[in-house]
Design a protein around this ligand. Structure first.
Ligand code: AMP
Length: 575
């Protein structure tokens, strides 16, 4: 049997590790219950990870790093003692700890892993996650979306008849509502023989930490109102109060009120203060209502995108520790009625799904098949000939099933243009500035007339990462770029920077989109010129017939236009 693949949920607040055993995903009891705080802390020369690091966080915030997931994919430098780290170095420490503990506790050999990420994670954030795995000495077999992983787990319960609420073992549409420590995701799935993700959306900066921050502000206010100092900018005090706020929030999931009494809150002048107050569940719900409102806006958006109504949803699956807050269930009940249901272990369903995905990869006998979708539109910035603006032209629209390969035709804007700039964006806005730039490169061109077609192809792989190929059609000039989290502009970043300073004389122009415009005319024009020039009769006949079919397809905008265009361009290349 091939080596097992472990599932890892690398969470903002907690991380965990699971493996399939006896056909069921089992969470390893690392740090007690398997929920390992995603915290690292330096104690003298010793690096602590997990529960022991978490225990030091409030007292030694300067030597502790929490919520590093929020920084993944960025260039932020994190200080720990004398050294600075990249976010993926810190994530690698957490991953390494999970591996070492699994080995220590149960003698397991953890090498191959599936790691989960929020569906809304960008290309750079996914790459940084893979890098973290590699730095920890792991082979990252697959990155999968958290809501999809949760759905895999719940679907296994459904298929195996363990979903007791479901008499017939059949439900068609499920909504996964995942509110964790730092991120929020919502996905809509259609379940039949396969699991199909119809829509996926969310916010990478919305989660339990925001609820804690709101309660922390309330405690800071209480100190000020009692005549104490304003500590909102004093990190040691904020860290202490945040830890208290989180505890209070969790108590409020069980009780109607919480009594907070904390002495020895540090202050800059060295005279510690005390905070004492009661907070009711009602008050807490009121002060955080706007956060829940944001999540339900996303729920509405996901339903719209999936093209279904709330009443079509058979089951709402709750994922993430924050869904234990009673107000979450109440809100969702108001929207979905009976579809809502309590969930046993909302924090562990993602990692269990990751273990199931790992077992699918190793070829274990698992019936489920998963069809995931892209969470963002991927487009190219291009000149709009009509308005003169740079627009983002979609190449892979959001919610396309993955893996996906899509291409689109663009064109140069001037004769003998030397280069074309290729900027890849993620997001739905037409204005590139409102989207996220995930990479840039350029294609060097052969001398050609203006409006020479450039085909740009994007591939979006199963890990949700992007690969671009651009080709000057008819001239076999190509460039291929895979994007790198630390160098989002691709390998040509330096030269691109330099070229940006140049004026247009050097022929650098944005590629302009022209599905039905000048680029197409150019193809037919070039084919006709070629027809006049070529000598071999058989070539002439083949080209003339293909050109005729192509022009007809163009006039009727018929479905085989793309295929004919490819055929025509390759034939011209051959001739
Ligand atoms: P996760 O990222 O899924 O591990 O979720 C962690 C978040 O859930 C943190 O913000 C926790 O404070 C929060 N959380 C855990 N348990 C509870 C609870 N019983 N009530 C409210 N929030 C909770």
């Amino acid at each position: 049997m091939s080596e097992q693949i472990y599932g890892i949920d690398l969470g903002t607040t907690n991380s965990c590790l699971s493996v399939l055993s006896g056909g069921q995903p089992r969470v390893l009891p690392i740090d007690g219950n398997g929920l390992v705080p995603s915290v690292v802390s330096l104690d003298g020369a010793e690096l602590l990870v997990g529960r022991r690091a978490w225990n030091r966080a409030a007292a030694f915030p300067e030597q502790t790093i929490k919520s590093v997931k929020r920084l993944m994919g960025s260039n932020e430098k994190l200080r720990l003692g004398e050294k600075t780290y990249q976010p993926e170095d810190v994530s690698a420490m957490i991953l390494g700890y999970l591996r070492d503990e699994a080995e220590r506790l149960e003698g397991l050999k953890v090498r191959r892993v599936v790691i989960t990420v929020p569906a809304y994670f960008s290309d750079a954030q996914r790459r940084a996650t893979i890098e973290a795995g590699q730095k920890a000495g792991l082979t990252v077999e697959r990155i999968i979306n958290e809501p999809t992983a949760a759905a895999l787990f719940y679907d296994q319960l459904r298929v195996s008849g363990q979903d007791s609420q479901d008499g017939e073992g059949r439900w068609k549409y499920a909504l996964v509502y995942d509110l964790g420590g730092g991120t929020f995701d919502v996905s809509i799935l259609r379940l039949s023989e396969i699991i199909e993700v119809l829509a996926s959306t969310g916010d990478t900066h919305l989660g339990g930490d925001d609820f804690d921050a709101r309660l922390t502000s309330r405690l800071l206010e209480t100190i000020r109102e009692g005549g104490g100092p304003d500590l909102s900018q004093y990190r040691p005090a904020v860290a202490r109060l945040t830890a208290e706020a989180e505890k209070a929030k969790i108590i409020l999931s069980q009780k109607g009120t919480v009594h907070i009494a904390e002495a020895h809150i540090p202050t800059p002048d060295g005279r510690p203060v005390t905070v004492e107050t009661d907070i009711s569940r009602g008050e807490f719900e009121e002060m955080t209502a706007y956060l829940l409102e944001r999540t339900t806006d996303f729920v509405g958006k996901a339903l719209d995108e999936a093209g279904i109504r709330a009443s079509d949803i058979d089951r709402v699956l709750l994922v993430g520790g924050m869904t234990r807050m009673p107000a979450v269930g109440q809100r969702l009940n108001a929207i979905f009625g009976q579809a809502q249901r309590p969930v046993v272990d909302p924090d562990l369903s993602v990692v269990r799904g990751a273990a199931i995905q790992g077992a699918i990869i190793t070829g274990e006998n698992i019936e489920q098949i998963l069809l995931d979708v892209t969470a963002h539109t991927l487009g190219l910035s291009a000149l709009n000939a009509r308005t003169g603006n740079l627009d983002c032209v979609p190449i892979i629209p959001r919610n396309t099933p993955i893996p996906a390969v899509r291409s689109r035709l663009f064109a140069t804007t001037m004769e003998n243009q030397k280069k074309v700039e290729l900027k890849v964006y993620q997001g739905e806005a037409i204005d590139p500035d409102q989207n996220v730039l995930i990479g840039a490169s350029f294609l060097e061109l052969a001398r050609a007339e203006a409006h020479c077609p450039i085909e740009v192809e994007y591939s979006y792989d199963l890990n949700g990462m992007v690969h671009m190929v651009a080709e000057q059609k008819g001239y076999s000039r190509r460039t291929e770029v895979r994007f790198d989290s630390r160098n989002p502009q691709g390998d040509d970043f330096q030269s691109l920077d330099f070229l940006d300073d140049d004026d247009n004389d050097d022929g650098l122009e944005p590629a302009s989109p022209s599905r039905a415009g000048e680029g197409i005319n150019f193809i037919t024009r070039r084919a006709r010129t070629l027809l006049e020039k070529i000598s071999k009769e058989e070539n002439q006949a083949v080209l003339a017939s293909l050109l005729e079919r192509y022009e007809q397809a163009l006039a009727n905008d018929s479905a085989d236009l793309d295929d004919l265009e490819d055929e025509l361009l390759s034939l011209m290349d051959e001739i």
